[in-house]
Design a protein around this ligand. Structure first.
Ligand code: MG
Length: 249
């Protein structure tokens, strides 16, 4: 597979996109509270992205109507923002993407409205730590399988189930490029991580079974047993000196 290797200049443009995404997620953390609607969050996010001089990657992507995805409780990813009102005691995953001068940044975080029960805290912490372990494994000379294995090990350690049908991806001039980044070992090395390779790593974990289905809206992915789910994502670049997170302030 021909994998794009991004130049330092291209990576800098992705970092600009990524900074907008990081800022949006920080803003969402501030704005997320019981009583706000997912549509209001989307409007705030979209306004921020446009004011920053970027464009929302998600809006219009295969017809997606929002600038962010908001996925609540048993919703894993791709929740469509709208009239739904955020309540106390919910697991809320927000995914955002921005384009800066043709280059993409894509990231997600899971929040909780209130103080999470211990098992929910474990779900959220495990998913975040799985992402960080995956990033740490993305050193030059390693392979996608090392990233996948690092994510898988943390998920198992945290007693969470891995959502398998959705995986991380190459990213650059498109939000989703050919490289796939599974959150579990597939038994093959996969793509060599050389300097310039840019990927989005995005573990999606569930407290119960991670068996999932897509709702009739064509987008929202939910756990079939209604297990709570979490989702963390960063866009990273593999560089000579190691992995660099691009979706950070
Ligand atoms: Mg992604």
């Amino acid at each position: 597979m021909a994998v794009p290797h991004r130049t330092p200049r291209e990576i800098e443009l992705m970092r600009r996109a990524g900074r907008v995404v990081a800022d949006v997620l920080a803003l969402m953390e501030e704005e997320l509270r019981p009583g706000v609607t997912t549509g209001q969050l989307d409007a705030i996010a979209e306004a921020y992205i446009l004011k920053a001089g970027a464009r929302p990657s998600f809006k219009g992507y295969r017809g997606f109507p929002g600038s962010i995805c908001v996925s609540i409780n048993e919703e894993v990813v791709h929740g469509i923002p709208g009239k739904r009102v955020i309540e106390e005691g919910q697991v809320v995953s927000i995914d955002a993407g921005a384009i800066w001068q043709g280059y993409h940044g894509d990231a997600a975080r899971t929040f909780y409205t209130g103080t999470p029960p211990a098992d929910v805290a474990r779900l959220i912490d495990t998913t975040r730590l799985a992402l960080m372990a995956g990033i740490a494994a993305a050193v030059p000379g390693s392979y996608i399988e090392h990233v996948s294995g690092a994510v898988e090990d943390v998920a198992i350690e945290g007693r969470c189930d891995i959502v398998r049908p959705f995986v991380g991806h190459g990213i650059g001039t498109e939000m989703h490029e050919d490289v796939q980044v599974p959150n579990y070992r597939i038994g093959r090395h996969g793509v060599l991580l050389e300097p310039g390779v840019c990927i989005a790593i995005e573990p999606m974990l569930a407290l119960g079974s991670a068996d999932v289905k897509t709702l009739a809206d064509g987008w929202t992915v939910v756990t079939t047993d209604h297990s709570l789910a979490a989702h963390f994502e960063h866009t990273i670049a593999v560089t000579e000196s190691g992995p660099v997170i691009l979706t950070t302030a």
